[in-house]
Design a protein around this ligand. Structure first.
Ligand code: FAD
Length: 434
């Protein structure tokens, strides 16, 4: 555990402000950071990511990367309050933008590595993350293992001091732009599915890794599938104990569900009245209609509720520790409210979101249509709404577990039974899950 250097917060804020003004570019006036980061609103490229890396390096060299991370892994060992002060000062400026690879590297993968990797692993990888030299993404989901994450079939076979990986992953956000993947694999097939999993760091450019980009309905192409053919991974790149990966998966789920996001100390204010929807109502000529105004007010209230609830849940997580069940409330709130807000925007725009001139792709109609498509993201990513409800009912409310036909069977038998299933139901039924 790092000792925290006591640094006067106000002095720190002043220094940060001066450094930011001297070193970061101001964000363009009128640029809405939320709209600019809508998934699919821009295509990230290797060149663009490469251009961001020196910016991350500059942050690191100045001591503004990994503000709360332990000093021994390249961080500053300071408090959340210092991090918040820096982010508040930097709000009007351009920080390095690695898209989802950034949030995955710093928000999820690093948190998992900090909690579970060996000392040697942490000292090797975490400073490189902070310097912008390693971007990490998540190699979890597979065709047979999405909601049923414990049902993954990528095979890890031990061979002396190395492991050989074979299998496939899918829905990897930013897989084609990353350097490493945090990969869940099955290391033991003769025990029940939750007990034979192990985590590895896998270089995206390792021999035997093939990355294919998937084109999406929103026009974006930032999802990938990966194929592993006899990929050799040194045992030194293993995270946590062999076959104990399910415990680590719980940590991952908490962070994936927003459990590590910073909680503001300031009282939560409702914020401005849905600026994107006000602009939309103006554009479609409905700003004076009472019904349109009600829709805007409804959307505004939903976001206020969502954010108030999120803040409360994150506080609860801080008090009760990393419980994926509590984190599931956050994910469910986002999955539910974001989709509702997206529907309200469609009601508001009426037919205007159906089509637009190619020249108007930057306009309000196009971005609202994209926001509508993206409104579904949080009801699937990091676990679907149904899985969040299951997690809440079982892990927080203590309700009975969902019936499972495969929880206690050796996994190789589960696979054999599935291959030879005659369609008849003989035991407890229903899908199995975490
Ligand atoms: C924007 C986005 C980003 C993503 N990024 C990544 C990433 O970077 N890396 C990665 O590995 N994965 C990623 N994913 C994949 C994501 O984790 C999976 O899509 C998700 O876990 C659901 O799995 P699935 O798609 O296989 O759906 P399935 O598991 O096949 O589910 C299909 C439907 O069945 C329902 N269902 C399944 N089991 C149950 C049950 N037991 N009880 C009730 N209902 C059930 C589900 O709720 C859903 O409606 C991403 C997904 C999205 C949308």
């Amino acid at each position: 555990m790092t000792t925290t250097t006591p640094v006067d917060l106000e002095a720190y804020r002043r220094e940060a402000r001066a450094w930011i003004a001297a070193n970061l570019a101001p964000r363009e006036i009128g640029q809405d950071p939320v709209a600019a980061n809508l998934r699919g609103s821009r295509e990230y490229t290797r060149e663009q990511m490469a251009a961001e890396r020196p910016k991350q390096r500059a942050l690191f060299d100045a001591g503004y990367a990994g503000i709360t991370w332990p000093v021994e892994y390249g961080g500053q060992g300071l408090t959340r309050a210092h991090e918040r002060a820096f982010l508040e000062e930097a709000a009007g400026f351009e920080l390095p933008d690695f898209g989802y690879a950034g949030s995955m590297t710093f928000g999820v993968c690093a948190a998992v590595i900090l909690a579970h990797a060996s000392e040697d692993f942490k000292r090797r990888h975490l400073p490189r993350m902070l310097k912008g030299e390693e971007l990490w993404v998540q190699f979890f989901s597979e065709p047979s293992g999405g909601s049923d994450l414990a049902g993954i079939r990528t095979r890890a076979t031990r061979d002396g001091d190395t492991w050989i990986l074979n299998g496939a992953k899918v829905w990897t956000s930013f897989g084609h732009l990353a350097d490493w993947g945090l990969c869940l694999a099955r290391s033991n097939w003769s025990v029940p599915k939750h007990r034979g999993l192990t985590w590895f760091g896998v270089p995206v450019d390792a021999p035997g890794v093939t990355v294919r980009v998937i084109r999406l309905i929103n026009g974006g192409a930032d999802f990938c599938e990966e194929f592993f053919d006899d990929v050799v991974i040194p045992d030194a790149e293993r995270i946590g104990d062999v076959d104990q990966g399910w415990t680590i998966a719980q940590t991952m789920l908490v962070h994936e569900r927003g459990g590590s996001t910073e909680v503001p100390d300031a009282p939560l204010e409702p914020g401005p009245l849905a600026p994107d929807l006000v602009a939309l109502a103006r554009e479609v000529g409905r700003i004076d209609e009472p019904h349109a105004r009600q829709l805007i007010a409804q959307a505004h209230s939903l976001m206020f509720l969502r954010d108030a609830l999120s803040r409360r849940i994150r506080r609860t997580l801080k008090l009760h520790g990393a419980n994926p069940g509590y984190a599931a409330y956050w994910a469910l709130a986002h999955g539910t409210f974001d989709a509702q807000r997206a529907n309200l925007s469609i009601d508001l725009a009426r037919g205007h979101l159906v089509a637009w001139e190619p020249s108007e792709t930057e306009g309000v109609a196009a971005s609202t249509a994209l926001a509508f498509l993206n409104g579904k993201i949080n009801s699937v990513a990091g676990g679907t709404d149904q899985m969040q409800r299951n997690a809440i009912s079982e892990q927080v409310l203590g309700l009975p577990r969902e019936p499972s036909f495969d929880r206690d069977k050796p996994f190789d038998q589960v696979v054999r039974d599935a291959e030879h299933w005659d369609g008849r139901v003989t035991g407890p039924t229903g899908p199995s899950h975490s």
